[in-house]
Design a protein around this ligand. Structure first.
Ligand code: ADP
Ligand code: TRP
Length: 335
C-alpha cells in the first residue's frame, strides 16, 4: 500500500433500503476513489439509533448495508468496510469531542431542527439526535481522515466536524486535520414524490435491489413537472425530477430530445420516462445480482467486517492514546 495516500472516511446508516440517491450521491463516488485513497466505510449503526427503530430488524439492516456496499463496488480487498459499533473508540472519542462542541452550533443543525420538529413534545427528543454530528465528527477524526465524500445534505455536519477539529486543536494542541467534503456529480437526488430528497425514511426512493418491474412501476408513477397537468401542456425540464435523472443517466442525444420535446409538449411524460427506465434498470441490474450473491455468503460477509474492524481499530486505538495523552487523561506521579 502507498503510505502517502490521503484518507477517506464516509458512513451510511442502516436505517432502511440503500437507494439510488445514496448510490449516485455517495457510494459511487466512494467506489471511484478506492484506488487513490486509503478508504474507511463504516455502517453507522449508532447513528441509526437516534430515531425510533425495532432492535429485531437492526441486525439484518446492518447485514444488508454491508452486502449493498460491496455490491456497489466497494471491494473489501481495497478498502476497509466495518460496523461502527464494533470499534468502541468511536464512542470514546465522541465523549471527548462533546466537551469541545458548541451547543449553539448543534442546535442550529438543519437535520436536528427537522427531525426534532417531528416530535411534538420536547421531552421526546433524545440527546443522541442533538449529539449526532459529534459522533459523525468522531467517526472521521478518529482516522484523521482528510476527505469525506457525501451528499449535499451532510455538508453542514461536515462543517461542524471541521469546527470541532479546530476547537480540539486550539485547546489541546494540533492533532486533527480539518476534513474536506467531496461532492459527487449528483449531490442531491430528488425523491420520486418530486420533493425534498430521495431518502430511506421518506419512502420516496428506488432501492438498489428493486426488481426491473418495481423500478418501472415506481418511475412510471413518479411526479414530474407538477404544473404540467395535461399532455398538451408544455413542461419545464428545469423543475422536473425525471429530467434531472436523465441528465445523469441518459445519452446526450436523449437528454437533448427530452429537453426540447418536453418544452413544446412534443412528448408526454410517459414517453420521456421510457428511456430513463431502461437506463435505471441497466444500472441497477448488476448491482442487484451482485447483492444477492454476496447476501448468500454470510461467512464471507462476517469475515469482511471482522477483518475491517481489526484494521480500523488498530488506527483508532493509536489516535485514542494520543488524544488521551493530550487531554491529560493519565495518572500523575504525585509530584
Ligand atoms: P438517507 O438520507 O437516505 O437515510 P444516509 O443518511 O444514510 O441516507 O446517507 C448516506 C449517504 O448518502 C450520505 O453521504 C448522504 O449525503 C447521501 N445521500 C442520501 N440521500 C441522498 C440523495 N437524495 N441525493 C444524494 N445523496 C444522498
Ligand atoms: N450522517 C451521515 C448521513 O446521515 C452518516 C455518517 C455518519 C457519516 N458518520 C459519518 C458520513 C462520517 C460521513 C462521515 O448520511
Amino acid at each position: 500500500m502507498n503510505p502517502k495516500r490521503q484518507r477517506i472516511l464516509s458512513g451510511i446508516q442502516p436505517s432502511g433500503d440503500i437507494h439510488l440517491g445514496n448510490y449516485l450521491g455517495a457510494i459511487k463516488n466512494w467506489a471511484e476513489n478506492i484506488n487513490n485513497y486509503e478508504c474507511f466505510f463504516p455502517i453507522v449503526d449508532y447513528h441509526a439509533m437516534t430515531i425510533p427503530y425495532d432492535p429485531r430488524e437492526m441486525p439484518n439492516r446492518i447485514y444488508n448495508g454491508i452486502c449493498a456496499n460491496i455490491a456497489c463496488g466497494l471491494d473489501p480487498e481495497r478498502c476497509t468496510i466495518f460496523v461502527q459499533s464494533f470499534v468502541p473508540e468511536h464512542t470514546e472519542l465522541c465523549w471527548i469531542l462533546t466537551c469541545v462542541s458548541s451547543l449553539g452550533s448543534l442546535e442550529r443543525m438543519t437535520q436536528f431542527k427537522e427531525k426534532s420538529q417531528r416530535q411534538a413534545d420536547r421531552e421526546g427528543i433524545n440527546t443522541g439526535l442533538l449529539a449526532y454530528p459529534v459522533l459523525m465528527a468522531a467517526d472521521i477524526l478518529i482516522y484523521k481522515a482528510e476527505v469525506v465524500p457525501v451528499g449535499e445534505d451532510q455538508i453542514q455536519h461536515l462543517e461542524f466536524a471541521r469546527e470541532v477539529a479546530r476547537r480540539f486543536n486550539n485547546t489541546f494542541g494540533e492533532t486533527f486535520p480539518e476534513p474536506e467534503p467531496k461532492l459527487s456529480q449528483a449531490p442531491r437526488i430528488m425523491g420520486l414524490d418530486g420533493k425534498n430528497k430521495m431518502s430511506k425514511s421518506l419512502n420516496n426512493h428506488i432501492a438498489i435491489v428493486d426488481s426491473p418491474e418495481v423500478i418501472e412501476e415506481k418511475l412510471r408513477t413518479a411526479v414530474t413537472d407538477e404544473n404540467r397537468k395535461r399532455r398538451s401542456d408544455p413542461g419545464d425540464p428545469d423543475v422536473c425530477n425525471i429530467f434531472s435523472l436523465h441528465k445523469l443517466l441518459s445519452t446526450p442525444e436523449e437528454v437533448a430530445w427530452a429537453n426540447r420535446e418536453c418544452r413544446v409538449a412534443g412528448i408526454g411524460c410517459i414517453e420521456c420516462k421510457k428511456a430513463l427506465i431502461q437506463h435505471v434498470i441497466d444500472l441497477l441490474t448488476p448491482i442487484r445480482e451482485g447483492y444477492y450473491q454476496i447476501y448468500a455468503k454470510p461467512d464471507y460477509v462476517r469475515e469482511v467486517v471482522v477483518e475491517g474492524a481489526k484494521r480500523a481499530r488498530s488506527i483508532a486505538q493509536q489516535t485514542m492514546a494520543e488524544v488521551k495523552d493530550k487531554c491529560g487523561l493519565k495518572l500523575g506521579g504525585g509530584e
